[in-house]
Design a binder for this molecule. Structure first.
Ligand SMILES: [Zn+2]
Length: 442
């Protein structure tokens, strides 16, 4: 039996993941049959709270297989066995009670959804909600006609996330271990020694996004007043558990290990420029057509084209040093860009960039020689061409003598720094491509 919840938090507090610990606490008469899941959905939709993440827990009766996957005042064990269906109606009522106790139900921007199900909905719901925008009426139609018990609050948007998260069948996945603060600490500054975050980052092989070496700041603790103390991400659950011993911080009150779609690029779709649309995240191959320039706010913009059209791409200010790499592109360079699409003008917000081919860069060495007398011709002004003063012969601007210069860029992958990264963006380190943009831009 599955319980899925989405959109219980607001910018002022709470966190849907915290609700998982409360649900597990409530349902101690059931076994936890699978790791709790934290499923991130389309990062481009404007109505998300912080991370657009929904959660799912799987309950039943099972045989013990693994050790603790969390601590909620008592170790949480993971069981694996034959699912026995409980009384869904009773489970729903108990879950609803927990949700209404903790969720910011009355907050205008918070529109929770709760779904209790015996089976997972079709995977198309996950694909639709992570890559695009799903309509609430389609979700409600499905829930009404299926074997679900559910409730939406406010605008009921949480039903979309909850249903989508339920339908996730992990192909690629990662883990996140989240720790939570004692209640009397909520809203107060977090006490954490950054040096130990660096140490944790160094001592672990399969973690990612813990420390931003470019910005020189930790990236595991949020700045919002929510109950989360910190979250560490990686591919090896045992490594993540080591954070509990390594990271020196205020004492967490509880922790839980999640299976997640973070760092998988599940939101990205390969597209032509003409196929891109608002709010999707695309992977586009094209040729740079304009020299990157900086606009107000410090954003670096350039245009690119493929055989179907032309659009802009941007490295926004929060991508910091990544912009220095983007600035070095010149017209003619071939690139592959991954990122979210926004409209007016249509722009791709770059998350990752693969430089496929670098154009030969030249600088003007001298004016062209006169084909008649052999003397150097004179310039008639910027881009106005040349003329031999003696013979009156004219030459086009392109005929100047040019020489190739060394490009400051190399082909390959580049990514935005950790602090500007989307939860869903697959870090290059997961593909064993470890390259720091800051190192290259020096
Ligand atoms: Zn001449």
């Amino acid at each position: 039996m599955f319980i899925a919840v989405d959109d219980t938090d607001s910018k002022e507090g709470m966190c849907t993941t915290f609700l998982v610990t409360e649900l597990i606490k409530e349902f101690q008469d059931y076994d936890l049959l699978d790791l709790p899941r934290l499923v991130r959905l389309n990062p481009n939709v404007p109505w998300k709270t912080r991370g657009n993440g929904a959660i799912v827990i799987t309950l039943g009766k099972g045989k013990k297989r693994r050790g603790p996957v969390g601590h909620i005042g008592k170790d949480v064990d993971l069981f694996q066995g034959i699912k026995k269906h409980g009384n869904e109606k009773k489970v729903f009522e108990r879950a609803k009670n927990i949700l209404e106790t903790w969720a910011e139900v009355h907050h205008e921007e918070t529109n929770p959804g709760l779904v209790v199900a015996k089976e997972r909905p079709p995977e198309s719901f996950y694909q639709g909600a992570v890559k695009d925008v799903l309509r609430l009426d389609l979700i409600e139609d499905h829930l009404e006609n299926g074997d679900y018990i559910y409730q939406g609050y406010g605008k009921k948007r949480g039903l979309i996330g909850a249903t989508a998260a339920l339908s996730w069948r992990p192909d690629d996945f990662t883990y996140e271990l989240l720790t939570y603060r004692k209640k009397d600490m909520w809203g107060r500054p977090r006490i954490m020694n950054e040096e130990y975050v660096i140490e944790f980052d160094k001592k672990t092989q399969k973690t990612f996004d813990c420390y931003d070496h470019e910005e020189e700041k930790q990236a595991i603790a949020p700045t919002s007043p929510c109950p989360v103390l910190y979250g560490v991400r990686g591919e090896d659950p045992e490594e993540l558990k080591r954070s509990l011993n390594i990271i020196d911080s205020e004492e967490p009150e509880r922790w839980i290990l999640f299976l997640t779609n973070q760092g998988t690029d599940d939101h990205i779709q390969k597209m032509n420029i003409s196929e891109t649309k608002l709010w999707v995240s695309a992977k586009i191959k094209g040729k740079v057509t304009t020299k990157p320039h900086t606009i107000q706010g410090g954003h670096v913009i350039f245009d690119l084209k493929d055989k179907t059209g032309e659009m802009s791409a941007a490295a926004y200010e929060p991508t910091k040093g990544f912009r220095r790499t983007v600035e070095k592109l010149i017209p003619g360079d071939k690139v592959e860009l991954l990122g979210g699409i926004r409209n007016e003008p249509k722009t791709l917000n770059i998350e990752k960039m693969n430089i496929i081919g670098l154009e030969n860069k030249t600088v003007k060495e001298s004016n062209p020689e006169c084909p008649k007398c052999g003397k150097n011709m004179s310039s008639m002004g910027t881009d106005a061409g040349y003329r031999c003063k003696r013979c009156r012969i004219k030459a086009h601007e392109d005929l100047a003598v040019r020489r190739s210069v060394q490009r400051e860029l190399t082909e390959g992958w580049y990514e935005v720094p950790v602090s500007a990264r989307r939860h869903l963006s697959k870090p290059l380190i997961r593909d064993n491509i470890c390259r720091s943009t800051s190192r290259l831009s020096v």
